[in-house]
Design a protein around this ligand. Structure first.
Ligand SMILES: NC(=O)c1ccc[n+]([C@@H]2O[C@H](COP(=O)([O-])OP(=O)(O)OC[C@H]3O[C@@H](n4cnc5c(N)ncnc54)[C@H](OP(=O)(O)O)[C@@H]3O)[C@@H](O)[C@H]2O)c1
Length: 273
């Protein structure tokens, strides 16, 4: 090559291969006494796995703990209200000291019931306390220990209802919008510290929340099926895990419409539990 020849450098091919993350062996799940949280605990429960699970109903939580132990997991079950900031800090730190946590799933949540009218003032405050403050109480204490280890994964359970405010469930959808926005916002910063943050947005899943709904729920799936999808996609460290895809696609589109169209469409949608 002489000095007059232009040197064209082709861009390096971009690899689309995503290195799978290490399977978690020490996992903390809030709201594991029923529904999605219980199904996640049982999905992860295998020999060699440590599960720290919590909820408020002792009988249901102990039944899940027992079923997980039968599958070979070591389980520590604790009755804690996620709105109790001090108790949550104590519990998450104790669990992390005993078994450094690979994965923390902030799952506990409530809805107002089957319709917007059931979200009165007190219910609105309760929903925000559990679904928003409860998530912060779960996640914030664990960030510093994970940063120190430069490892760990945090999963925030939002909802397809968290893609935009829903007139049919104002407090519930707003709480899930916050969880999704916060998770997406902290993901980049924590990635530099070796922590992966994923937001999980399920559609309708059969549980004590959706059992209150009286309308027909499209593509309703079982909690064990939802748990399998969540576990598999958490493994790849995705930013947002939204399913089932047809409902997720509809919510992606609705969320980017101009407000007047969006609110017109949402005003005609079934109420979300
Ligand atoms: N089901 C769906 O269609 C759907 C869709 C999208 C997102 N989600 C979200 O998935 C998560 C799990 O809900 P789910 O559908 O599985 O309903 P679920 O069966 O009612 O489970 C909710 C869990 O949260 C716990 N919980 C509620 N308030 C709590 C509190 N103050 N302190 C501690 N634990 C508390 C409950 O424990 P106790 O009963 O023992 O208090 C229970 O274990 C929620 O965040 C929900 O918003 C659900």
């Amino acid at each position: 090559m002489n000095g007059h020849e232009a040197i064209y450098t082709l861009p390096r091919p971009v690899s689309h291969y995503k290195r799978p993350m290490k399977s978690p062996t020490s996992i903390l799940i809030t709201g594991a006494s029923s529904g999605i949280g219980a199904a996640l605990a049982l999905e992860y429960a295998t020999p060699g796995i440590f599960l720290a699970i919590s909820g408020r109903n002792a009988d249901r939580l102990e039944a899940v703990a027992e079923a997980a132990r039968e599958k070979g997991a070591e389980v520590a079950a604790e009755i804690i209200d996620v709105t109790d900031m001090i108790a949550m800090k104590d519990w998450t730190r104790r669990m992390d000291d005993a078994h450094p946590l690979d994965l923390v799933i902030a799952n506990a949540g409530i809805s107002g019931g089957g319709d917007a009218q059931s979200e009165d003032g007190d219910t609105t405050r309760d929903i925000f306390a559990v679904n928003m403050a409860g998530v912060l109480n779960t996640v914030l204490p664990i960030i510093a220990p994970m940063q120190k280890r430069r490892a760990g994964q945090i999963a925030l359970i939002s909802s397809l209802a968290g893609f935009t405010g829903l007139p049919s469930a104002p407090a519930y959808s707003a709480s899930k919008v916050m969880v999704k926005a916060w998770g997406e916002a902290i993901r980049g910063g924590l990635k530099k510290d070796g922590i992966t943050v994923s937001v999980v947005c399920p559609g309708f899943v059969k549980s004590r929340i959706t059992d209150q709904n009286t309308f027909s729920m499209p593509l309703l799936m079982s909690a064990p099926k939802a748990a399998r999808i969540i576990c598999r996609r958490l493994q790849s460290g995705r930013a947002v895990i939204a399913f089932p895809w047809p409902l997720a696609a509809i919510m992606w589109v609705i969320a980017v419409l101009p407000p007047c169209w969006r609110l017109w469409i949402l005003g005609r949608m079934p109420e979300k539990g």
